[in-house]
Design a protein around this ligand. Structure first.
Ligand code: M6R
Length: 592
């Protein structure tokens, strides 16, 4: 959701900035723009794809400093005026911004009184003018950044050109990610490391409330008091952030097919010789607490439902909250709650808001994230990395399985139950088998449902949690309206929606619930539903569409989720939609 790139002293700035914006486009955007300095600031921007912007930007740019941005509209519609970069009234400051300024209306009022004019609706344009206002007043660019930092409320990552000091780029960060890539005789900035991996291996991550000045050879970072901060360079694991499709037609397919290696990698990282290798202090904290709270959004929330059940089976009481709901009415059940946050990106604004509340209450937190160095990774008390490798497709797949796998191990670790390790190793060949041999059957279902407007997923217990994830996946990429219903709830309302030929996809992989689920099938078939059953051998009937070998029933989100993911993928491909970038969605939801 919004992406920033910028460079100083780079030999081909146009290539870095435009290709960088393309690399970041998985985050989601609806307009894009660039700015550079050559005897004045030049800006090119428009609504639409980066490919369109590429046509607008001249091929023969000569500059030492260039910034670029992809914008996902929040304040103001996607139009040219709202597209970044934004330039200040006196053309001193040009910037790109990620994040949301909460007090922009107050600042705008103050600037209007100083006769500033505004041409769009964004909070970002106001920031450009605020920096300029202080800069012109004090004639001190770093001082004006420090001043602005004390005034701005909300989140921001800013890459700034000042037309009076064009051998420097200025940066500022709070709440939204910003990374510097250090090169030989050049420096790069971006929202994440992916646009830079071709050019450097050395990165500096900015902390919140830091600002700085970058030249082609130097990086100076300051804290909010204006004190210089000594930053360490960090290395990134290139393989885990590379956007290489490796021959796959789409990231979603590639990422589904990375599920087995992801589960294996987690087992190899967090277990050794049949024992757990988690941070002992964390395990003790979990053991001591009398209640485990989970907070997450979307797919990550769905994995918390599965994980929560695992902890309940380890004799812990739990509660699971959707971040955006909890933040408005925060409750802390139990006497000694411990809080687990789950986020693939580690940058989800709703969850960052929750973390702020958790910290205000002096409570500890654990983040499960796929993104080392992300805001949540750096700011929670404990962090467990999912090690799933970068997930580019907006639809989360391998990260969901990774979250469930880690939660399964963690819940087992607190009661010294080692069977979970064996069970997880035992399902690896089965996931492989599903991925290698079941696609034709899944495609058959995909073709049968692709033109339907509505459908339902049914399941109970672990199969219900899986149904919720299957339903979200299908709706977000194929735009088919779909709902997940717990089998037992059908007759309490949703069955009213079943009519002739309504598709109902049923998971029956749990022998505890199989009989009841067969009863539900009868109920919907009696109302004309077209039922598709995914079952395990032990619970199968001859007419079932897909029958998977038996596995420990509590692992359906690890094993059968691949079927759900493929189904969403194939339906979308059949319909000809952009499976990796569904409409209106962003990979990293950095606004509330
Ligand atoms: O990065 P996060 O896990 O915090 O993201 C949460 C949701 O935005 C995300 O899971 C979303 O629901 C996915 N697009 C679903 O596939």
């Amino acid at each position: 959701m919004c992406g920033i790139v910028g460079c100083l002293g780079f030999k081909n700035p146009r290539e870095y900035v435009l290709n960088g914006l393309k690399t970041l486009d998985y985050r989601g955007y609806d307009s894009a723009g660039v700015a550079y300095y050559n005897d004045g600031i030049h800006i090119y921007k428009d609504v639409g794809a980066v490919e369109h912007l590429m046509e607008l930007v001249p091929n023969d740019i000569k500059t030492d400093i260039m910034i670029g941005h992809t914008r996902w509209a929040t304040h103001g519609v996607p139009n040219v005026a709202n597209t970044h970069p934004h330039i200040s009234n006196h053309k001193k400051i040009c910037l790109v911004h990620n994040g949301v300024i909460e007090n922009y209306e107050d600042i705008k009022k103050m600037l209007l009184e100083k006769h500033y004019e505004f041409y769009g609706d964004t909070d970002s344009e106001i920031v450009a003018n605020l920096i300029e206002y202080y800069y012109l007043r004090e004639n001190d660019i770093l001082g004006s950044l420090k001043e602005c930092m004390s005034i701005l409320k909300g989140s921001y990552a800013l890459a700034i050109i000042c037309s009076d000091y064009t051998d420097h780029m200025y940066i500022m960060k709070n709440g939204s990610p910003l990374i510097i890539g250090k090169g030989e005789g050049f420096n790069l900035v971006a929202s994440d490391a992916s646009p830079m991996i071709k050019y450097t291996e050395n990165y500096i991550e900015l902390n919140d409330q830091e600002y700085g000045r970058i030249s082609k050879d130097d990086v100076e970072i300051f804290d909010k008091y204006g004190q210089k901060v000594i930053k360490q360079y960090i290395k990134k694991d290139i393989e885990s952030i590379s956007h290489d499709l490796k021959g796959y037609p789409h990231y979603m397919l590639k990422e589904i097919e990375e599920v087995p290696q992801t589960v294996k990698r987690i087992l190899d990282t967090y277990t050794k010789d049949g024992k757990y290798c988690f941070d002992e202090k964390l395990i003790n904290r979990l053991k001591e607490s009398d209640h485990i709270m989970f907070i997450a959004c979307g797919t990550s929330y769905h994995s918390s439902l599965v994980g929560g059940r695992y902890f309940e089976h380890s004799n812990k009481s739990t509660s699971k909250y959707i971040a955006s709901e909890w933040a408005f009415d925060p409750v802390f059940p139990g006497n000694k709650p411990f809080i687990i946050l789950i986020s693939q990106s580690g940058e989800t604004a709703d969850l960052i808001h929750c973390l702020k509340i958790i910290k205000e209450n002096n409570l500890e937190s654990l983040i499960l994230t796929n993104t080392g160095g992300s805001t949540l990774d750096r700011n929670c008390t404990y962090s467990i990395l999912l090690n799933a490798g970068i997930e580019v497709s907006v639809a989360s797949t391998k990260a969901y399985v990774a979250q469930v796998t880690v939660l399964c191990l963690l819940a087992a670790a607190i009661v010294d139950d080692y069977q979970a390790i064996k069970d997880l190793y035992s399902v690896l060949p089965l996931i492989d088998e599903i991925q290698n041999s079941y696609k034709p059957k899944i495609m058959e279902i995909a073709r049968a449902i692709k033109n339907k407007e509505h459908l339902f997923y049914l399941g109970r217990s672990f199969d219900y949690f899986l149904s919720m994830e299957a339903s979200l996946k299908l709706k977000e990429v194929s735009y088919i309206h779909s709902e997940a219903i717990p089998g037992g709830e059908l007759k309490h309302g949703p069955i009213a929606l079943i009519e002739q030929d309504t598709p109902v996809i049923v998971f029956i992989t749990d022998h505890h619930t199989a009989l009841s689920m067969r009863g539900n099938i009868k109920e919907v078939e009696a109302r004309g539903a077209k039922v598709y059953v995914i079952s395990t051998e032990r619970n199968a009937k001859e007419s079932d569409n897909i029958v998977v070998k038996n596995y420990p029933f509590y692992l359906s989100s690890v094993v059968v989720s691949s079927i759900a993911f493929y189904l969403a993928y194939y339906v979308t491909i059949e319909k000809g939609y952009n499976v990796d970038k569904p409409r209106n969605l962003a990979k990293s939801v950095t606004v509330e």
